[in-house]
Design a protein around this ligand. Structure first.
Ligand code: M6R
Length: 621
């Protein structure tokens, strides 16, 4: 939640600090879009100026065009997802100290802000906003008055704060300095030539540099045009880890598509192919990206618990079917925010798999910490390099989906499923539950999937037409069974998020236990039909479910495998997808549902990239 960018360079003449801040905010706007603001420090130490506006970044851009800011050497910028105080101009960041010498931006929640606010008030400080952040600006000014070193003052203030925070600050007396502090909230450094950057994630600066540094928990960073210094909250100097971002800056552009959402749906063949790329060693054995856990320990694992939220949790549910089948290890899938509050049975033989696009979801991070405290090993499946969850895990498998900018997840979902399959195959190979040639066969089947997704994309006009025709629909149900069940739930989530339509996903077998009462004349129901080539007559059972709802008036929209003509008599509309092995089918069958949600929301005139009330990276619990 909240996007943060910081910049410092040697020259003020070219307007680069404002350009970097605004460009960074545009790339980070998916983190929150309740308001946006910037602060600039001029080189002559005379001025610290701010501009901030409620609403999307475009409002700030228009305000800046009408009333330009002076040239500067340092900038900080913020895009807000409101927690404390309404999303108005006053509560927008940056927040200033009483004398206007310090500007602060913040991502997270200062939990003890009420106590600090009262303390400030008792010293006669008047706070002008309703935010928790403003207390930091005042405390920092008071501390700086005693300790006139901005990084040191921020360190001392940070130690007094409870909760979660990334803070950036600038001071009017230090035009070539931006300082930052992080505790349970993300911050990365971008390394330039004669300039340096800070960002909530690397998207903030990939247009300018791909060289970056990870910051650890409880660290304070200072950037000048030529130097980056890091210390921990105890004041010890720290040497951060450097890394190179492998995302292409162009990947974070719309590339001719009307929306990031549409573009990212079309990126999916590449996202799956890239996630599969380079995963085998010279002997053909699967390898993970970063394994800090002994293989012997992985051989002993007797239970896997996937922790994740939202779409990532549905990826985990798909993975459960494959991992249990291939590895014969029981897999539980748990919403990360429920996990640690139910006293889960976790020990040193449990492998916890944390799935997250951002690598910053606070609920998932807290589940990771809890699992490790209980002695479990944690493996992270994450898309964003430099993020917190991989750093705090014992092993990492990166998805190579590239930057996902649209708030609703699409290509990350497919990449997460793909990575989870790789994990399943890796464990099957390690534990000997699959022969090498069986693993190779499944990998070959996986490598054939991107072409099948492309085929769905190429033939998407029918589903788009259906979506447009249903723009006034108020409720859609989704049914699936086996791996089709999490696909149905993901289809429903996409429609809720993007089109604000009531949608529910059900296991088709559950229908008769209650949900069938919802069926009335004309109720649209998507049904994800399993392959007729699958086991256990699942196909015919789902066909029976379609008949049952149709008999009660449902309008049936069926996703079925090419050649499955058995569905034709029972479907009002059919969307065929290429034949795919049963366990891998979600990678193909979810795509029409994503397209449906995107097109229907577009037909309703909604912003599919930034749906209301949401933020891409949920960094509060
Ligand atoms: O970054 P993460 O994958 O950890 O995010 C998890 C969820 O917040 C995310 O998938 C969310 O449900 C999206 N809005 C789905 O489109």
């Amino acid at each position: 939640m909240c996007g943060i960018v910081g910049y410092v360079g040697a020259q003020e003449a070219n307007g680069r600090p404002l350009e970097v801040a605004m460009g960074g905010l545009a790339r980070l706007e998916y983190r929150g879009y309740d308001s946006a603001g910037v602060a600039l420090v001029t080189a002559d130490r005379s001025r610290l100026v701010t501009a901030k506006k409620a609403g999307k970044l475009v409002n700030l851009s228009e305000a800046l065009a009408a009333q330009p800011l002076p040239l500067a050497t340092a900038s900080i910028g913020h895009t807000r997802w409101a927690t404390h105080g309404a999303p108005n101009d006053l509560n927008a960041h940056p927040h200033l100290s009483a004398d206007g010498s310090i500007a602060v931006i913040h991502n997270g929640i200062v939990e003890n802000f009420a106590v600090l606010r009262a303390e400030l008030a008792s010293r006669g400080v008047t706070l002008v906003s309703e935010t928790d952040t403003e207390v930091v600006a005042h405390l920092l000014a008071e501390t700086y008055a005693q300790t006139p070193d901005l990084a040191e003052a921020l360190r001392l203030v940070a130690r007094r704060l409870h909760g979660t925070f990334t803070l950036l600050a600038v001071h009017v007396d230090s035009p070539s300095l931006v300082v930052g502090a992080r505790h349970d909230s993300p911050l990365v450094v971008g390394l330039g030539e004669g300039e340096n950057f800070l960002g909530s994630d690397v998207a903030a600066f990939i247009a300018h540099t791909r060289e970056a540094m990870e910051l650890g928990q409880d660290q304070v960073v200072s950037i000048t045009p030529d130097e980056v210094r890091v210390m921990d909250f105890d004041g010890n100097q720290v040497e951060p880890r450097r890394f190179t971002v492998d995302w292409d800056a162009a990947a974070a552009e719309k590339g001719g598509f009307a929306s990031f959402m549409d573009k990212e749906i079309h990126d999916q063949p590449q996202a799956v192919a890239d996630t599969l790329l380079g995963r085998t060693d010279a002997a053909g054995h699967l390898v993970l990206d970063d394994l800090r856990v002994d293989e012997a320990v992985l051989r002993q694992v007797d239970k896997i618990i996937v922790v994740a939220c939202g779409t990532a949790a549905y990826a985990g549910q798909v993975a459960k079917y494959a991992i249990e089948h291939w590895c014969r290890i029981p897999v539980e899938v748990e919403l990360a925010h429920e996990f640690r509050y139910r006293d889960p049975v976790v020990d040193s033989r449990t492998l916890v798999v944390a799935v997250s696009q951002s690598g910053e979801t606070m609920d998932t991070l807290m589940a990771v910490r809890h699992a490790r405290e209980q002695g479990a090993k944690v493996l992270a499946i994450v898309n964003t390099h430099g993020s917190t969850i991989p750093r705090e895990s014992d092993a990492v498998l990166y998805t190579h989906a590239g930057p996902e900018v649209a708030v609703a997840s699409t290509k990350a979902f497919l990449a997460q499923i793909t990575a989870a399959y790789l994990l399943g195959l890796y464990l099957a190979q390690l534990r000997g539950t699959k022969f090498t040639d069986e693993v190779t066969t499944i990998l070959d089947e996986l490598r054939a999937v991107p072409e099948k997704i492309q085929k769905v994309l190429d033939g998407a006009e029918t589903i788009r037409e259906t979506a447009r025709a249903m723009a006034s629909t108020t409720s859609v149900l989704f049914l699936g069974r086996h791996v089709g069940y999490p696909v149905a739930m993901e289809g429903a989530l996409k429609l809720k998020e993007l089109a604000y339509i009531h949608a529910e996903g059900f296991a088709a077998g559950e229908l008769k236990h209650g949900p069938i009462a919802l069926i009335e004349e004309g109720q649209p129901v998507f049904v994800v039909v399993p392959s007729p080539r699958g086991r256990d007559s699942l196909h015919s059972k789902v066909i029976s479910s379609i008949q049952e709802i149709r008999a009660r008036g449902a309008h049936t929209l069926v996703i079925a495998e090419e050649g499955d003509d058995a569905v034709l008599p029972f479907a009002d509309e059919v969307f065929f997808v290429p034949q795919t092995p049963v366990l891998l089918a979600p990678l193909v069958s979810v795509v029409p549902l994503q397209i449906f949600a995107c097109e229907l929301a577009t037909a309703k005139g909604l912003d599919v990239d930034q749906p209301r009330n949401l933020a891409k990276s949920v960094t509060v619990e």
